[in-house]
Structure formats: structure tokens, C-alpha cells
Ligand binder design. Structure first.
Ligand SMILES: Cc1cc2nc3c(=O)[nH]c(=O)nc-3n(C[C@H](O)[C@H](O)[C@H](O)COP(=O)(O)OP(=O)(O)OC[C@H]3O[C@@H](n4cnc5c(N)ncnc54)[C@H](O)[C@@H]3O)c2cc1C
Length: 432
């Protein structure tokens, strides 16, 4: 039994891995000459620069387990002071705050809010549950915790999601928080939760891509520089059209971000193209600046900037990769992320100077721009997925995976890829 996976990013590599583990004949097509998609780690001597996400949470069948199977040992992400700058004031976030699960949220009561805000937080459990199903995240937080708390958390959430949190659907992006409100309120529910670590790989997320590629190289047909430009179906099954011919497949897993998946359907299934184009995506860019530690002597910290603070970036993180250096990671979103590399580098240096209130000269700068790289989980997300699934009923043997379907975070993506591969295996078993 054979399966063709289109897209060699993390979603595709994971789908190919599980299909191969199940004993299938696997072909993996990747348009570029390297695997990993947005999951890449650039290396400069001992300094690692993550191009995409750098940490992940824990879910069953998810990244943690997969890493162990591949001989990699995820480590807990080192604690870092996280600060929101809002109205010229610095608000230190609770140390273990994890909004994906809700852990640590009850500690907002210890933040220096006014007495009236604290009193409101004390009565949060008496607030009724959501009046609408697909509530905006801002409305959800304001309703439960009050506008003052939302104003402080919003820059952190926006930076984490890569775009304006105000536009996000609460159930689509933070389903576990929405579930908590039904279990006696966010703060009471958060108190009952067990801590959930965030993990990272010491050699970078690129080491996972390497390990998966090495595994697949020995067991599957890995085809780099093979862009699928269309897929069609005839009596023999699926035909995947490449520049130099076509491939036949019983089952196809399309592991591409929605805009790229939309392109593949344009020649044969324009209705799928239309539905996929309804998933909004955000631009993202990251600038890394390396400074001598003497020029940038601040302790490790991550700042999240509210609008109106005079910063163009959404977040600025400082770490010490060596005892002599400080690495600044400056994150841009939206239209700013589309600026030219030189402009982004200049802006990032200004951001550092503004934070430091003094000019500092970097030793080196790296710019990574990723247009349309981050799904934006806006209102109507669940309906968009339902519409897509309804259309896919007419395409037996075709399965889609990607962050836009999985929800935020790499752990969700890997879990979704695993579940999608399982559905593909069930389909093959039934059709045989
Ligand atoms: C800085 C940054 C932070 C991010 N943080 C988050 C986050 O917190 N939460 C979140 O959900 N997402 C986040 N993302 C989005 C992130 O890219 C995805 O979660 C994840 O990397 C998607 O993996 P993927 O395999 O689905 O897609 P990709 O990594 O985009 O891989 C797709 C692969 O398919 C290949 N390809 C494209 N078209 C074709 C074709 N026609 N034929 C063959 N191959 C093709 C591409 O070359 C690429 O290698 C972030 C992205 C960036 C850049």
C-alpha cells in the first residue's frame, strides 16, 4: 500500500514518519532542496538561530514522544523573565504562565493591578459562560478578567500568535481556556492545573528535522526539488503532477500551509482552492543581532510591546549565547515584516537602542522573513474547517494537515499530522 506526502515541512515529515512506521510505501515530495519548511535552525559556531518556533508543549503522540523515538532528548525551556511594556510601565508576567493550557493564569491576581481590578478577579467564578459560541479573544478576556488585565496580556498573546490577538477567535486559538471557564472559571480552573513544561532541543529544532530526514532517507522515497503543481483523480486513484511527469498514489496527504495547498488544487478543484484561500495568514520576520556583552549588558529577558509604546516590533528577546555576547531576537509582524532586509535590520537596531536608551553596535545581523507563514485563527475558523471537510468528502483518499487545521503551536501540528496519518491508514485498510 502506498502513500504520497506533499510538503517536506514538519507536518509532512511527521506524516511520512508515521506512515513508514505503519509499514506503508511512502513517497515524500518537497519543492525546495531542503526539508523542514519553516522549522529550521541556522548555526554560527555555538550560536543557534531558530527560524521558526523554538519550543513546544506536551501532548499525547506529540513532539515529545516523537523526539524520544528518534533518540533526541527535549529539555525544559530555561525560565526567562517575560515583561509587557504598556503605558511606559513594565509588567512582569507570572513565571510559568502558559496560556495554551491556562496554567499560571491565576497568578495574574498577584500582578500590581488596582484594588478594584483585584476585587473583580476575586469574583470571576460568578461570571456566566460565553453568550456566543465563536467569541473574540479580547471579548472573552475582558468579560472574564476585565479590560485592564486584557490590556496587559494582549501584547504577549499577539506576539505569541504572530498577529493582533483582538481579531482571534477564543475557541479556535485557546480552546482549553474556553473549556476552563465552564469548569468554575478561569482562575479557579487554572489553580487546579498541573504545570506543563515547554520543551526545546538543545541542538535546535533543526536537529529534529535532521533526525526525521535521516530516518526517512533509509525507509522511504524522499524527493527534494519536486514541486507538486496539481493533483487530479481518475479511475486508477490520485495523480500527483510534477514538472517532469506524474506519480500515482492510493492516498495523498497534503501537508502544506493553506495558501500553498490552494495553489495545488487550482487546475482540478477550484472550489477547494477557494475554501483554502479563506484561511487568513500573517507575515512574520525575525532579526537576530549579536552584540558584545559589554555593549548590551542586560540580563536575559523577553519584552512584549503594546501598541503606542513607540516600538515597531512585537517582541524583543535578549539571551547570552556565550559569556562574551548578547543575542537580541527582534520579532516583527504584519506589513512591517515585509520590509527589505536592510530596513528590518536597521529597525531592529533602533528597537534595541530604544530599549537600552543608548546606541549599541552589533557584531552581526541576520534577517529571516517569512511571508504568509502564520495562520491567523480569526472568527469563523471552525466554520471554515467544517466547509473544507464537507468538500473533502468528495475526495476519498485525500487528507490535509497543517497548522491552520491543527491550531497554534508545533505540538498541535505534530499531533494533527499523526491523527491525519491514522485516518489515511484507516482509509487504506477499509478500501483493501
Ligand atoms: C517565526 C515563526 C513562528 C511561528 N510560530 C507559530 C506558532 O506559534 N504557532 C503556529 O501554529 N504556527 C507558527 N508558525 C507557523 C509555522 O510555520 C508552522 O506552525 C509550521 O512550521 C508549519 O509546518 P508545515 O510543515 O505545515 O509547513 P511549512 O513549514 O511551511 O512546510 C511546508 C513545506 O512544503 C513545501 N512545499 C510548498 N509547496 C509545495 C508543493 N507544491 N509541492 C511540494 N512541496 C511544497 C515547502 O517548500 C515547505 O518545505 C511560525 C512560523 C514562524 C516563521
Amino acid at each position: 500500500m502506498s502513500i504520497t506526502v506533499i510538503g517536506g515541512g514538519l507536518a509532512g515529515l511527521v506524516a511520512a514518519y508515521w506512515a513508514s512506521e505503519a509499514g506503508l510505501e511512502v513517497t515524500l515530495l518537497e519543492a525546495t532542496n531542503s526539508f523542514g519548511g519553516h522549522t529550521q535552525t541556522a548555526k554560527l559556531d555555538s550560536i543557534l538561530l531558530e527560524v521558526g518556533e523554538e519550543s513546544f508543549g506536551d501532548l499525547p503522540h506529540s513532539l515529545f514522544g516523537l523526539c524520544s523515538r528518534l533518540g533526541l532528548e527535549p529539555q525544559p525551556l530555561p525560565a526567562l523573565r517575560r515583561v509587557v511594556r504598556k503605558n511606559g510601565q513594565d509588567w512582569a508576567l507570572p513565571q510559568d504562565l502558559n496560556l495554551a493550557s491556562g496554567f499560571g493564569l491565576h497568578q495574574v491576581t498577584k500582578m500590581p493591578f488596582s484594588r478594584s481590578v483585584k476585587w473583580r478577579l476575586g469574583t470571576e467564578r460568578f461570571i456566566a459562560t460565553a453568550p456566543v459560541k465563536d467569541e473574540l479573544l479580547g471579548d472573552f478576556f475582558r468579560r472574564r478578567l476585565g479590560p485592564e488585565v486584557w490590556d496587559v496580556l494582549e501584547p504577549f498573546i499577539s506576539a505569541t500568535l504572530g498577529g493582533p490577538a483582538e481579531e482571534v477567535s477564543a475557541p479556535a486559538a485557546f480552546g482549553r481556556l474556553v473549556a476552563l471557564e465552564r469548569q468554575g472559571g478561569l482562575l479557579a480552573g487554572s489553580r487546579q492545573l498541573r504545570p506543563e513544561s515547554s520543551w526545546h532541543l538543545v541542538a535546535g529544532m533543526g536537529s529534529l528535522v535532521e533526525a526525521l530526514s535521516m530516518y526517512l532517507l533509509q525507509r522511504t522515497r524522499l524527493l527534494p526539488k519536486q514541486e507538486a503543481w496539481a493533483i487530479t483523480r481518475d479511475s486508477r486513484g490520485w495523480q500527483v503532477h510534477l514538472r517532469g511527469g506524474s506519480l500515482e498514489a492510493e492516498v495523498v496527504v497534503l501537508a502544506l500551509p493553506a495558501p500553498q495547498a490552494a495553489r495545488v488544487f487550482r487546475p482540478s478543484a477550484p472550489q477547494l482552492t477557494t475554501l483554502l484561500n479563506h484561511f487568513p495568514y500573517l507575515h512574520s520576520a525575525r532579526v537576530y543581532l549579536l552584540y558584545p556583552r559589554s555593549e548590551l549588558p542586560l540580563e536575559p529577558v523577553e519584552y512584549f510591546f503594546a501598541r503606542g509604546e513607540g516600538y515597531m516590533s512585537s517582541a524583543l528577546k535578549l539571551t547570552h549565547p556565550t559569556s562574551q555576547t548578547t543575542l537580541a531576537r527582534v520579532q516583527f509582524a504584519g506589513e512591517t515584516a515585509r520590509f527589505a532586509d536592510s530596513e528590518l535590520s536597521r529597525l531592529a537596531q533602533n528597537e534595541v537602542a530604544q530599549l537600552l536608551q543608548a546606541k549599541a553596535r552589533p557584531l552581526a545581523a541576520w534577517v529571516f522573513r517569512q511571508p504568509h507563514s502564520r495562520p491567523h485563527f480569526t472568527q469563523g475558523h471552525a466554520r471554515r474547517i467544517a466547509d473544507l471537510e464537507r468538500e473533502l468528502v468528495h475526495a476519498p483518499g485525500l487528507f490535509l494537515t497543517g497548522s491552520y487545521l491543527a491550531g497554534p503551536g508545533l505540538a498541535n501540528l505534530v499531533e494533527h499530522s499523526f491523527q491525519t496519518t491514522r485516518r489515511a491508514l484507516d482509509f487504506l485498510a477499509l478500501s483493501t
